[in-house]
Design a protein around this ligand. Sequence first.
Ligand SMILES: Nc1nc2c(ncn2[C@@H]2O[C@H](COP(=O)(O)OP(=O)(O)OP(=O)(O)O)[C@@H](O)[C@H]2O)c(=O)[nH]1
Ligand SMILES: [Mg+2]
Length: 299
Amino acid sequence: MLEIFKKTLQKTTQNIRDLLPKTQKRISKEELEEILIATDMDYDLLEMILSPLGDEISRGELEVALSRLFRGESYYDKVQTKITNDKPNVHLIIGVNGAGKTTTIAKLANLYKKQGKSVILGAGDTFRAAAIEQLKLWGERLNLPVIASQIGHDPSAVAFDTITSAVAKNLDIAILDTAGRLHNQSNLQQELQKIMRICNKAKAGAPHQKILILDGTQGTSSLDQAKIFSQTLGGIDGVIITKLDGTSKGGAIFSVIHTLRVPILYLGVGENADDLIAFDEKEYITTILDSIFDTTQTS
Ligand SMILES: Nc1nc2c(ncn2[C@@H]2O[C@H](COP(=O)(O)OP(=O)(O)OP(=O)(O)O)[C@@H](O)[C@H]2O)c(=O)[nH]1
Ligand SMILES: [Mg+2]
């Protein structure tokens, strides 16, 4: 797994190496600041992490400081994934235009299928005909049912039909696509809220997982949108960060967890159905630390 993480974050670690040609035993605060900014870690967060540390920082010190970001109120209180045993478990996938929602739905469905779970998809992006077709195509490729309506139809109706179909067929998971929408369009926010209400009508407790898709190439600039989505939906349950294969902004992951305080579930690392890896905070931190510090020295 660590190898996969290293490969995924290759552009980020290369970016670090370009700034720091030789790994070190201790690093000065100035150098570290420059490196973390280059990976697109948000400046306020950077200050928060670095200010309690001395001028020369060791790997162990930085490791503790970064690990703390993945905790809740206390160091021992990890940010956890919500567990629900409801069937169908309804996932509502949200995020701005082009973030990678539809592709990520295919990846998630593929993963669940491999785990032996039954899955149905709902083409809730009814704004664009191509969006409906895109999901249908993935359904064909993965041999999964897709509930779709016509362009311009109410996406809540698609959500309702998908969930009732999942209930009728006793399926494990229903994944709903939504339109990539601009967060400042209040009518669209209302529409998302309506989808949520209708989900709950179709199945009490749904949607069980509100998953926000963030485009990794956007770095910290996607955080403002993320906050608005979270407010609109009364909180989100998890984040998937896409396109990490093509960006040097891997440090933004720290800012995402720090700002949203929800688990990062997976990382998208390509355009195929298999290009999804489970997020692992330890491996992520190790990958970043290995690119900065001399690995023969551990403290
Ligand atoms: N390299 C790479 N490309 C990705 C990844 N995820 C998605 N893409 C590509 O990004 C583009 C947009 O992905 P979509 O899944 O259509 O995004 P969306 O959020 O559904 O977009 P809209 O429906 O327009 O809102 C497509 O060309 C995808 O193939 C990823 O993890 N890595
Ligand atoms: Mg889409």
